[in-house]
Write a protein that binds this ligand. Structure first.
Ligand SMILES: Nc1ncnc2c1ncn2[C@@H]1O[C@H](COP(=O)(O)OP(=O)(O)OP(=O)(O)O)[C@@H](O)[C@H]1O
Length: 222
């Protein structure tokens, strides 16, 4: 079986050894299989961001193992983790975090150049991705010239630019009004499905969660 992501017995406590430790994750197991789209539903404070940071190699657990594409990332030096993050993972956040001084296309080209892709090929990939989300006509606009939904669609393209093995998304449409959220989420899902991408997508929206292959609930409610 090939799991793109495997979290084994993950535990995390903030402020360990201090006066007010907060145990957030305690022996958590989670897998995302190749091609699978998994929803992560959690009440506020249950540890969703903590989990995504650990899965995204941005934070380390106190105990347990993180495997990406079968490779144990636990205990790797920072540099190797950063490299794995850039090569294998794509991120989408609630807010787009696009570079304001660059155009939509440039925001998708830049991460590819950082990975050594030739400028012409990077440009072609950006154009193809923008076309898929219906934004070819906005390629040369800067983020401030785009609507919230358009900005988020560009952020999806950027996350997919280097063809990651796994997409991690934290409330990717949480910042948008409900109608726009539905439309933009549809685009994300078809982009993910068309490219056979695996994804772990945190959302408070149960309707959106229900459209994914599997729902994982964290914490008591959810
Ligand atoms: N650096 C930290 N030090 C101490 N406690 C922390 C720290 N970061 C997070 N926490 C606590 O850990 C718990 C989980 O935080 P986390 O950000 O993972 O929650 P979340 O599920 O993403 O919440 P939300 O949906 O509201 O963003 C919360 O109770 C939070 O207060």
């Amino acid at each position: 079986m090939s799991d793109v992501l495997r979290l084994e017995a993950i535990s995390k406590t903030y402020g360990k050894g201090g006066p007010a430790p907060v145990a957030v994750l305690d022996g958590l197991d989670l897998t995302v299989a190749r091609g699978e789209v998994v929803a992560l539903v959690a009440p506020s404070g249950a540890g969703k961001s903590t989990l995504l940071h650990i899965a995204g190699l941005l934070d380390t657990p106190d105990g347990g193992r993180v495997l990406v594409n079968g490779r144990d990332m636990t205990g790797l030096p920072d540099r190797a983790r950063t490299e794995a993050r850039r090569r294998e993972l794509g991120f989408v956040y609630q807010f787009h975090h696009l570079l304001p001084e660059f155009s939509a296309a440039e925001n998708i080209v830049l991460p590819q150049l950082a990975e050594g892709v030739a400028p012409r090929a990077a440009g072609a990939r950006a154009a193809e991705l923008l076309d898929r989300v219906g934004l070819s006509h906005r390629a040369h606009h800067r983020p401030a010239q785009l609507s919230g939904g358009e900005q988020q669609r560009v952020a999806f393209c950027r996350a997919l630019a280097n063809q990651p093995a796994l997409l991690l998304a934290d409330e990717p449409t949480g910042n948008l009004d409900p109608a726009t959220s539905d439309r933009v989420f549809d685009m994300l899902m078809s982009l993910v499905r068309d490219t056979g991408l695996s994804a772990l997508i945190a959302t408070h929206n149960h309707q959106l969660a229900g459209r994914m292959d599997r729902v994982i609930r964290l914490g008591a409610a959810g």
